[in-house]
Design a protein around this ligand. Structure first.
Ligand SMILES: NC(=O)c1ccc[n+]([C@@H]2O[C@H](COP(=O)([O-])OP(=O)(O)OC[C@H]3O[C@@H](n4cnc5c(N)ncnc54)[C@H](OP(=O)(O)O)[C@@H]3O)[C@@H](O)[C@H]2O)c1
Length: 500
């Protein structure tokens, strides 16, 4: 008989569950990839019955799974959704319902939550449990402490206990260390799955395939041939309903410390010997360890920040707020492969378009034998990895324009588009892969404590200097503040436009 398996989502009445987690689980169910025995238990304070919870999620799922929606399969899937109204910082209160799911007969016996005081360790149940922290970050430590105190964190053989933690992991290096210490009091590192959903994206994983399952580019992937690297994550959306959180966080903490640095590690890392968690995470950490930590003076010099027009009028934002909604910075990776190659990272809200892209700009030929017209500059080779939208890879190179009296050159693109190459394989939501990996015990695409702490060490000096002065204002729907151009211009380079 298979061992019961439950995904327990703390904060299940929230946005993440409705928009991402449950639609992803439903997709996995339709693809027959969910373990048969998996049940899902939602936990938050709103009073809801199981059916009330299912109805609520049906409404949001209809919207977020759109063309995949099928009433019959949803009804089958929804039988796996359950709910208990409880305070997540007292997780012992969910033990009774959990045991009922794991073993309906056992659930009728005196329950753990009925124990006076509610903090006595229950006898460990035989079920496999994946806890998901989808509450606000200030509740992470209380929930983890609550799970630990209630004896709900110990894995016993195949009856494992695992924990998924959503970003943000702290707000600087010292708070991240403190939170990691809290986690370590109750869980082994191997039980912890810290999500950076960018790593669940197919196109991000494809960076590794592109680099390490082909030989074509690897010989060029170093400071002999690469001039610089640009990593852009631009969002068209404004802060929306997250003004409160965002104003205390800002773009460097919200995006740079996690998503952009992770993209950088995939581009800059050496080949791991195996595609498994320890080898992969060791190589990512080596890249992070090689990134020079800036002094405050250096951080000032290597950073440009901006704030979109009208940000002050957003709900939850302080009227005089200096919180940046845009940041561009320069990092250097101090190792043999990358010494002297600047990595430029930029990200912002309310930009011209939603786009995540990595551009590897190769050096120009040492000598050009072709005569260019006075107004034409040679566009040197460029490789673009488009993470979203229009997922794919473009290689830009020079070609001869046919049938011209002189040898005219023009840049041309060699294109690989996911949509065209795999018309029958639509790109799945990142959470599908990550949820399945955590259920299967594969931590390759999750972050280890040392990676998180080092990433904060890199970003902390930039955060510290980012609010010293008012950020430069930029129009909504633009490429960001014009001052960001100066960061590249001083070395004769320039940002690539967002509307290519
Ligand atoms: N939304 C996203 O796309 C996204 C993306 C990346 C990371 N995250 C992270 O994921 C986490 C959840 O995000 P979210 O957007 O879903 O937040 P949210 O919409 O605010 O939902 C959090 C839920 O937690 C519940 N809650 C609050 N206090 C509780 C308590 N003491 N015990 C039990 N439940 C409690 C609330 O419901 P009740 O009032 O019913 O208790 C609320 O619905 C946050 O840490 C966020 O930073 C979210």
């Amino acid at each position: 008989m298979s061992i019961p398996m439950t995904l327990i989502i703390f904060g299940a009445s929230g946005d993440l569950t409705a928009r991402k987690l449950v639609p992803s689980l439903y997709h996995l169910y339709r693809k027959k990839r969910l373990p048969d025995e998996l049940q899902v238990l939602g936990v938050s304070r709103s009073p809801l019955s199981d059916d009330g919870f299912r109805d609520r999620l049906a409404t949001s799922a209809r919207e977020f799974v759109s063309n995949e929606w099928d009433e019959t399969s949803w009804r089958e899937f929804a039988q796996r959704l359950h709910y208990v109204a409880a305070d997540a910082s007292r997780p012992i209160a969910v033990e009774e319902k959990l045991r009922l799911l794991e073993d309906p007969a056992d659930g009728r016996s005196p329950s753990a939550s009925a124990i006076p005081g509610g903090n006595v360790s229950p006898t460990p149940s035989a079920g496999r449990r994946l806890y998901y922290l989808s509450v606000s970050p200030d509740l992470y430590a209380p929930v983890v402490d609550g799970l630990g105190t209630a004896g709900m964190t110990r894995s016993l053989g195949e009856s494992w206990r695992r924990l998924i933690v959503e970003k943000p992991f702290g707000k600087d290096q010292s708070s991240a260390k403190a939170f990691n210490a809290t986690l370590a009091r109750h869980f082994e590192e191997s039980q912890i799955y810290r999500i950076d959903h960018y790593l669940g994206k197919e196109t991000v994983q494809n960076i590794l395939v592109f680099r390490f399952a082909n030989t074509l580019f690897e010989p060029l992937w170093n400071n002999n041939y690469v001039d610089h690297v640009q990593i852009t994550v631009s969002e068209a959306v404004k802060v929306g309903s997250r003004g409160d959180y965002y104003d205390n966080s800002g773009v460097l903490r919200d995006m740079m410390q996690n998503h952009l640095l992770m993209l950088l590690t995939f581009i800059a890392m050496e080949s791991p010997s195996r595609f498994e968690a320890t080898a992969l995470r060791n190589e990512k950490l080596k890249v992070l360890d090689s990134i020079a930590i800036r002094s405050l003076a250096e951080a000032r010099d290597a950073l440009r920040v901006g704030q979109y027009e009208g940000y002050h009028r957003e709900k939850g934002v302080a009227p005089e707020s200096r919180t940046p909604t845009y940041a561009a910075l320069e990092l250097s990776v101090e190792n043999w492969r990358w010494r002297g190659v600047p990595f430029y990272l930029r990200t912002g809200k309310a930009m011209r378009r939603r786009m995540s892209e990595i551009v590897v700009q190769f050096r120009c030929p040492p000598h050009l034998m072709f005569k260019l017209p006075p107004d034409q500059e040679l566009q040197c080779n460029r490789l673009s990895i488009r993470v979203q939208p229009d997922e794919g890879i473009h290689i830009n190179f020079q070609s001869k324009v046919p049938d011209t009296p002189t040898t005219d050159l023009r840049p041309t693109d060699l294109e690989f588009s996911y949509k065209d190459a795999y018309p029958d394989h639509p790109i799945p939501e990142a959470y599908e892969r990550l949820l399945l990996d955590a259920l299967n015990g594969d931590a390759s695409l999750f972050m280890r404590s040392d990676e998180i702490e080092r990433a904060w060490a890199i970003v902390d000096p930039f955060v510290q200097v980012s609010t010293e002065r008012s950020p430069e204002s930029y129009p909504i729907g633009s490429d960001g503040p014009t001052g960001a151009e100066a960061l590249l211009k001083r070395s004769g380079r320039g940002w690539l436009s967002l509307c290519r």
